[in-house]
Design a protein around this ligand. Structure first.
Ligand SMILES: [Zn+2]
Length: 316
Protein backbone atom coordinates (compact mmCIF):
# COMPACT_ATOMS: atom_id res chain seq x y z
CA UNK A 1 0.00 0.00 0.00
CA UNK A 2 2.68 2.47 1.07
CA UNK A 3 4.75 1.22 -1.84
CA UNK A 4 2.04 1.82 -4.46
CA UNK A 5 1.25 5.24 -3.00
CA UNK A 6 4.91 6.09 -3.25
CA UNK A 7 5.14 4.97 -6.87
CA UNK A 8 2.10 7.05 -7.81
CA UNK A 9 3.65 10.11 -6.19
CA UNK A 10 6.97 9.40 -7.86
CA UNK A 11 5.33 9.09 -11.29
CA UNK A 12 3.40 12.32 -10.77
CA UNK A 13 6.64 14.11 -10.02
CA UNK A 14 8.09 12.73 -13.24
CA UNK A 15 5.18 14.16 -15.21
CA UNK A 16 5.82 17.53 -13.67
CA UNK A 17 9.39 17.69 -14.85
CA UNK A 18 8.99 19.78 -17.92
CA UNK A 19 12.48 21.07 -18.44
CA UNK A 20 16.08 20.03 -18.11
CA UNK A 21 17.88 21.15 -15.00
CA UNK A 22 20.11 24.15 -15.37
CA UNK A 23 23.62 24.72 -14.14
CA UNK A 24 24.84 27.90 -12.48
CA UNK A 25 28.34 29.38 -12.80
CA UNK A 26 28.88 28.41 -9.15
CA UNK A 27 27.75 24.80 -9.63
CA UNK A 28 29.99 24.43 -12.69
CA UNK A 29 32.98 25.69 -10.69
CA UNK A 30 32.20 23.51 -7.67
CA UNK A 31 31.79 20.40 -9.85
CA UNK A 32 35.25 20.94 -11.36
CA UNK A 33 37.05 20.74 -8.03
CA UNK A 34 34.87 18.74 -5.62
CA UNK A 35 36.55 15.57 -4.32
CA UNK A 36 35.20 12.37 -5.85
CA UNK A 37 34.88 8.86 -4.47
CA UNK A 38 35.07 6.48 -7.43
CA UNK A 39 33.17 3.43 -6.19
CA UNK A 40 33.61 1.41 -9.37
CA UNK A 41 37.38 1.51 -9.86
CA UNK A 42 38.73 -1.82 -11.10
CA UNK A 43 42.21 -2.94 -10.09
CA UNK A 44 42.68 -6.15 -12.07
CA UNK A 45 45.70 -8.38 -11.55
CA UNK A 46 45.98 -9.49 -15.15
CA UNK A 47 46.80 -6.61 -17.47
CA UNK A 48 45.97 -4.11 -14.76
CA UNK A 49 47.78 -0.79 -14.36
CA UNK A 50 50.44 -0.46 -11.66
CA UNK A 51 49.55 0.84 -8.24
CA UNK A 52 51.52 4.00 -9.08
CA UNK A 53 49.37 4.52 -12.19
CA UNK A 54 46.20 4.44 -10.09
CA UNK A 55 47.60 6.97 -7.65
CA UNK A 56 48.70 9.22 -10.50
CA UNK A 57 45.29 9.16 -12.22
CA UNK A 58 43.42 9.68 -8.96
CA UNK A 59 45.57 12.67 -7.99
CA UNK A 60 45.36 14.16 -11.45
CA UNK A 61 41.53 13.97 -11.42
CA UNK A 62 41.04 14.81 -7.74
CA UNK A 63 39.56 11.39 -7.09
CA UNK A 64 40.12 11.12 -3.36
CA UNK A 65 39.05 7.46 -2.92
CA UNK A 66 38.62 4.53 -5.30
CA UNK A 67 37.77 0.82 -5.47
CA UNK A 68 34.72 -1.11 -4.20
CA UNK A 69 35.08 -3.66 -7.03
CA UNK A 70 37.74 -6.32 -7.75
CA UNK A 71 40.31 -7.50 -7.99
CA UNK A 72 41.62 -7.00 -4.48
CA UNK A 73 45.29 -6.05 -4.81
CA UNK A 74 47.63 -5.80 -1.83
CA UNK A 75 50.05 -3.59 -3.79
CA UNK A 76 47.24 -1.12 -4.51
CA UNK A 77 46.17 -1.26 -0.85
CA UNK A 78 49.74 -0.41 0.21
CA UNK A 79 50.00 2.43 -2.25
CA UNK A 80 46.58 4.04 -1.75
CA UNK A 81 46.20 3.29 1.98
CA UNK A 82 43.04 5.01 3.32
CA UNK A 83 42.09 6.01 -0.19
CA UNK A 84 41.44 2.42 -1.30
CA UNK A 85 38.02 0.80 -0.90
CA UNK A 86 39.07 -2.86 -0.89
CA UNK A 87 36.69 -5.57 -2.14
CA UNK A 88 37.22 -9.28 -2.67
CA UNK A 89 35.44 -12.00 -4.65
CA UNK A 90 35.32 -10.84 -8.27
CA UNK A 91 38.40 -12.85 -9.20
CA UNK A 92 36.99 -16.01 -7.60
CA UNK A 93 33.61 -15.45 -9.26
CA UNK A 94 35.33 -15.25 -12.66
CA UNK A 95 37.50 -18.28 -11.93
CA UNK A 96 34.49 -20.45 -11.04
CA UNK A 97 32.49 -19.19 -14.03
CA UNK A 98 35.22 -19.83 -16.59
CA UNK A 99 36.25 -23.22 -15.17
CA UNK A 100 32.86 -24.72 -14.24
CA UNK A 101 30.13 -22.61 -15.86
CA UNK A 102 27.30 -20.44 -14.58
CA UNK A 103 25.57 -23.16 -12.54
CA UNK A 104 28.67 -23.54 -10.33
CA UNK A 105 28.33 -19.89 -9.28
CA UNK A 106 25.50 -20.80 -6.92
CA UNK A 107 27.32 -23.71 -5.20
CA UNK A 108 28.65 -22.76 -1.78
CA UNK A 109 30.52 -26.08 -1.58
CA UNK A 110 32.75 -25.15 -4.52
CA UNK A 111 36.37 -25.29 -3.32
CA UNK A 112 37.24 -21.86 -4.74
CA UNK A 113 34.32 -20.33 -2.87
CA UNK A 114 35.17 -22.18 0.33
CA UNK A 115 38.65 -20.69 0.20
CA UNK A 116 37.15 -17.26 -0.53
CA UNK A 117 34.82 -17.44 2.49
CA UNK A 118 37.68 -18.35 4.79
CA UNK A 119 39.97 -15.63 3.44
CA UNK A 120 37.22 -13.04 3.48
CA UNK A 121 36.41 -13.68 7.12
CA UNK A 122 40.05 -13.11 8.06
CA UNK A 123 40.48 -10.07 5.83
CA UNK A 124 37.32 -8.42 7.20
CA UNK A 125 38.42 -9.15 10.76
CA UNK A 126 41.83 -7.55 10.08
CA UNK A 127 40.24 -4.53 8.44
CA UNK A 128 41.86 -5.33 5.08
CA UNK A 129 38.64 -5.54 3.08
CA UNK A 130 35.29 -3.79 3.37
CA UNK A 131 33.12 -5.85 1.04
CA UNK A 132 32.58 -8.22 -1.88
CA UNK A 133 32.30 -7.32 -5.56
CA UNK A 134 31.74 -6.93 -8.34
CA UNK A 135 29.53 -10.03 -8.58
CA UNK A 136 27.93 -10.46 -12.02
CA UNK A 137 24.72 -12.40 -11.44
CA UNK A 138 22.79 -11.38 -14.55
CA UNK A 139 24.47 -9.65 -17.47
CA UNK A 140 22.66 -11.58 -20.18
CA UNK A 141 22.45 -8.64 -22.59
CA UNK A 142 25.46 -6.50 -21.69
CA UNK A 143 29.23 -6.80 -21.83
CA UNK A 144 31.41 -9.21 -23.83
CA UNK A 145 29.46 -12.34 -24.96
CA UNK A 146 31.84 -14.76 -23.25
CA UNK A 147 31.19 -13.01 -19.92
CA UNK A 148 27.41 -13.32 -20.06
CA UNK A 149 25.35 -15.43 -17.69
CA UNK A 150 22.11 -15.41 -15.73
CA UNK A 151 21.84 -16.85 -12.24
CA UNK A 152 19.51 -16.03 -9.37
CA UNK A 153 21.08 -13.38 -7.14
CA UNK A 154 19.64 -14.99 -4.01
CA UNK A 155 21.52 -18.30 -4.12
CA UNK A 156 23.50 -20.27 -1.52
CA UNK A 157 26.95 -19.04 -2.63
CA UNK A 158 26.02 -15.35 -2.68
CA UNK A 159 23.93 -15.71 0.49
CA UNK A 160 27.05 -16.96 2.28
CA UNK A 161 28.92 -13.81 1.21
CA UNK A 162 26.09 -11.73 2.64
CA UNK A 163 26.28 -13.60 5.92
CA UNK A 164 30.02 -12.82 6.17
CA UNK A 165 29.63 -9.17 5.14
CA UNK A 166 26.80 -8.75 7.62
CA UNK A 167 29.04 -9.63 10.58
CA UNK A 168 31.33 -6.73 9.68
CA UNK A 169 28.81 -4.14 8.45
CA UNK A 170 30.28 -4.63 4.98
CA UNK A 171 28.98 -4.20 1.46
CA UNK A 172 28.28 -6.33 -1.62
CA UNK A 173 28.50 -4.76 -5.06
CA UNK A 174 26.31 -6.60 -7.58
CA UNK A 175 26.07 -6.22 -11.33
CA UNK A 176 22.64 -7.40 -12.41
CA UNK A 177 19.95 -6.46 -14.86
CA UNK A 178 16.47 -5.61 -13.74
CA UNK A 179 13.62 -8.12 -13.76
CA UNK A 180 11.07 -9.55 -11.33
CA UNK A 181 13.36 -12.31 -10.07
CA UNK A 182 16.07 -9.81 -9.30
CA UNK A 183 13.67 -7.51 -7.47
CA UNK A 184 12.41 -10.41 -5.34
CA UNK A 185 15.94 -11.63 -4.62
CA UNK A 186 17.54 -8.33 -3.71
CA UNK A 187 14.68 -7.24 -1.47
CA UNK A 188 14.91 -10.55 0.39
CA UNK A 189 18.70 -10.43 0.79
CA UNK A 190 18.62 -6.80 1.93
CA UNK A 191 15.95 -7.66 4.52
CA UNK A 192 17.72 -10.79 5.78
CA UNK A 193 21.07 -8.99 6.10
CA UNK A 194 20.25 -5.53 7.46
CA UNK A 195 23.88 -4.66 8.33
CA UNK A 196 25.03 -5.14 4.73
CA UNK A 197 24.84 -2.44 2.08
CA UNK A 198 24.06 -3.68 -1.43
CA UNK A 199 25.64 -1.48 -4.10
CA UNK A 200 24.00 -1.91 -7.51
CA UNK A 201 26.64 -1.47 -10.21
CA UNK A 202 25.75 1.02 -12.96
CA UNK A 203 22.45 1.67 -11.14
CA UNK A 204 21.11 -1.58 -12.66
CA UNK A 205 21.86 -1.69 -16.40
CA UNK A 206 18.74 -1.37 -18.57
CA UNK A 207 16.56 -0.28 -15.68
CA UNK A 208 14.91 3.10 -15.32
CA UNK A 209 14.66 5.48 -12.35
CA UNK A 210 11.26 4.06 -11.43
CA UNK A 211 12.74 0.58 -10.91
CA UNK A 212 15.40 2.07 -8.66
CA UNK A 213 12.86 4.16 -6.74
CA UNK A 214 10.90 0.98 -6.10
CA UNK A 215 13.94 -0.67 -4.47
CA UNK A 216 15.26 2.42 -2.66
CA UNK A 217 11.89 3.22 -1.12
CA UNK A 218 11.64 -0.27 0.38
CA UNK A 219 15.23 -0.77 1.57
CA UNK A 220 17.59 1.89 2.88
CA UNK A 221 20.49 -0.58 2.61
CA UNK A 222 20.20 -0.76 -1.20
CA UNK A 223 22.16 1.94 -3.03
CA UNK A 224 23.57 2.34 -6.52
CA UNK A 225 26.51 3.85 -8.37
CA UNK A 226 26.23 5.63 -11.72
CA UNK A 227 29.26 4.37 -13.68
CA UNK A 228 28.66 3.79 -17.40
CA UNK A 229 25.40 5.75 -17.40
CA UNK A 230 26.99 8.64 -19.30
CA UNK A 231 28.12 8.69 -22.92
CA UNK A 232 31.84 7.82 -22.67
CA UNK A 233 31.27 4.04 -22.45
CA UNK A 234 28.87 4.11 -25.41
CA UNK A 235 31.49 5.98 -27.44
CA UNK A 236 34.23 3.50 -26.53
CA UNK A 237 31.97 0.57 -27.46
CA UNK A 238 30.75 2.26 -30.65
CA UNK A 239 27.15 2.00 -29.44
CA UNK A 240 24.95 4.53 -31.16
CA UNK A 241 22.47 5.00 -28.35
CA UNK A 242 21.80 7.98 -26.12
CA UNK A 243 23.24 7.80 -22.64
CA UNK A 244 20.95 6.53 -19.90
CA UNK A 245 21.42 9.29 -17.34
CA UNK A 246 23.65 12.13 -18.54
CA UNK A 247 25.45 13.45 -21.61
CA UNK A 248 26.38 16.76 -23.23
CA UNK A 249 22.76 17.90 -22.78
CA UNK A 250 23.08 17.44 -19.05
CA UNK A 251 21.47 15.22 -16.44
CA UNK A 252 18.13 13.74 -17.50
CA UNK A 253 15.21 15.10 -15.44
CA UNK A 254 14.03 11.66 -14.34
CA UNK A 255 17.49 10.92 -12.94
CA UNK A 256 17.77 14.28 -11.25
CA UNK A 257 14.41 13.58 -9.65
CA UNK A 258 15.65 10.16 -8.49
CA UNK A 259 18.70 11.78 -6.90
CA UNK A 260 16.56 14.44 -5.23
CA UNK A 261 14.15 11.77 -3.93
CA UNK A 262 16.89 9.44 -2.64
CA UNK A 263 19.86 11.73 -1.94
CA UNK A 264 21.59 9.24 0.38
CA UNK A 265 21.45 6.21 -1.92
CA UNK A 266 23.36 7.23 -5.06
CA UNK A 267 27.10 7.50 -5.75
CA UNK A 268 29.43 7.84 -8.75
CA UNK A 269 31.98 5.55 -10.36
CA UNK A 270 34.10 5.22 -13.49
CA UNK A 271 34.28 1.53 -14.50
CA UNK A 272 37.45 1.89 -16.57
CA UNK A 273 37.44 -1.87 -16.95
CA UNK A 274 38.29 -4.01 -19.93
CA UNK A 275 41.49 -2.24 -21.02
CA UNK A 276 39.97 1.26 -20.92
CA UNK A 277 42.16 2.73 -18.20
CA UNK A 278 43.49 5.33 -20.65
CA UNK A 279 39.94 6.76 -20.70
CA UNK A 280 39.92 7.22 -16.92
CA UNK A 281 40.20 11.02 -17.13
CA UNK A 282 37.35 11.18 -19.70
CA UNK A 283 35.12 9.17 -17.37
CA UNK A 284 35.80 11.50 -14.44
CA UNK A 285 35.43 14.54 -16.70
CA UNK A 286 31.93 13.55 -17.84
CA UNK A 287 30.87 13.17 -14.19
CA UNK A 288 32.25 16.65 -13.44
CA UNK A 289 30.83 18.29 -16.60
CA UNK A 290 27.56 16.51 -17.35
CA UNK A 291 26.26 15.17 -14.04
CA UNK A 292 27.41 17.06 -10.93
CA UNK A 293 26.80 20.70 -12.04
CA UNK A 294 23.08 19.94 -12.34
CA UNK A 295 22.78 19.31 -8.61
CA UNK A 296 22.52 21.71 -5.68
CA UNK A 297 25.76 22.08 -3.67
CA UNK A 298 24.42 19.88 -0.89
CA UNK A 299 23.31 17.11 -3.26
CA UNK A 300 26.51 17.39 -5.26
CA UNK A 301 28.60 16.72 -2.14
CA UNK A 302 26.54 13.66 -1.26
CA UNK A 303 26.68 12.12 -4.73
CA UNK A 304 30.34 12.97 -5.34
CA UNK A 305 31.73 11.63 -2.06
CA UNK A 306 29.77 12.08 1.16
CA UNK A 307 27.52 9.06 0.63
CA UNK A 308 30.60 6.96 -0.10
CA UNK A 309 32.36 8.30 2.99
CA UNK A 310 29.39 7.19 5.11
CA UNK A 311 28.76 3.85 3.36
CA UNK A 312 32.40 2.71 3.14
CA UNK A 313 33.51 4.40 6.39
CA UNK A 314 36.21 6.44 4.64
CA UNK A 315 38.45 9.01 6.30
CA UNK A 316 37.76 12.55 5.11
ZN1 LIG B 1 32.73 -3.37 -13.40
Amino acid sequence: MVKSLFLILFSLTLLNLHSFAQTTPESVELAKKIPIADVHMHTYFKGGPSSAAFLEQMDKNNVRWGGAVGDYRADVADKLRDRYIPAIGQMEFMEVFFSRGASALTDEENSTFKRLYKNADELFANGKIKGFGELHTDNHSSGPPKMRRTIRTDNPAVRRMYSIADKYNGFIQIHSQQDENFTTDILKLAADFPNTITVLSHCLPASNPRDLANLFSQRKNIVCEMSATGSVHNKILGINRSARAFDDNGLRPAWRNLIESFPDQIMVGTDACCGWFNSYSDMVAEIRNNLLPYLSPELMEKIAYKNAVRIFKLKE
